[in-house]
Ligand binder design. Sequence first.
Ligand code: NCD
Length: 322
Amino acid sequence: MSVQIDAQGDLRHFLTTEGLDPRLLGRILDTAESFAGVLGKSVKTVPLLRGRTVVNLFFESSTRTRTTFELAAKRLSADVLNIAVDTTTTKGESLLDMLRNLQAMQADMFVVRHHQSGAAEYFARHVDPGVAVLNAGDGWHAHPTQAMLDAFTIRRHKGAFEPLRIAIVGDIRHSRVARSQIHAFNALGAGEVRVIAPDTLLPADVDTLGAQVYSDLNAGLRDADVVIALRLQRERMQGALLPGESEYFRHYGLTESRLRGAHPDAIVMHPGPINRGVEIDSALADGPRSVILDQVTNGIAVRMAVMTMVLGVRPDTPREAS
Ligand code: NCD
């Protein structure tokens, strides 16, 4: 059985969207919807994780993901510890020793971002019973909360997944986001998931991912309802995979005019950080089709949902008197 699911079929850790039961994914979205309601009020805090400690353990840089995990934990009234591990100056301590020390401080949850694929699962296999691990991005492998906040944003703008054509454009090869999105969107019943990229930016196992592959941007965008741009992840590229940024923009950059072949109501998304003029033009990123900032806002509700689910806390649980 998968390490992230317990004997009752509930979420115990959140490491990947791959192989997850569509009902569980739907429950994440529904729970997030209830938290989005809370976040719309003037008092945005609920006491569901009061007394619990969440440790944000980031071995790689992050802006949106780390801060929205922190806000999510604070909105749930948890105590939050933010640890940015500078891997160049660690004093030789092993991951396991670091984990044991943090557990000795009675942490209830670790939010882990690491440059190595499989790091979050390693943590999940070694934490004490009752301690949960959330994957905030491991190498090229998975970024499940990003995929779920994207799914949440799509559902809010478009409703049901079944009729949707979703096109993901850009550096698929190095993108943990794209992998998690493809698994989640397919499980949620999307009509068609497409990836659009030059051959050098496609992963070797692209044919097994469950997406239609396009190398021509116009063909891939035709009638798309949702268009997701990805950043060129140069920090993960070895050697010259690209002729240059302006050449890349000419062939794969998203612009208003390029979007003409997509559905007239198509929305444009990006997990951030965006590189204007490389994968997306400013007019499109800031224009009426763009839901890029909604994605950031929605990340808080989705992360609140996952945090309560892995600790077995339900939003409708009666609140203890304060
Ligand atoms: C992504 C990541 O870190 O995988 N960003 C994010 O979490 N919002 C994508 C990227 O870095 O390009």
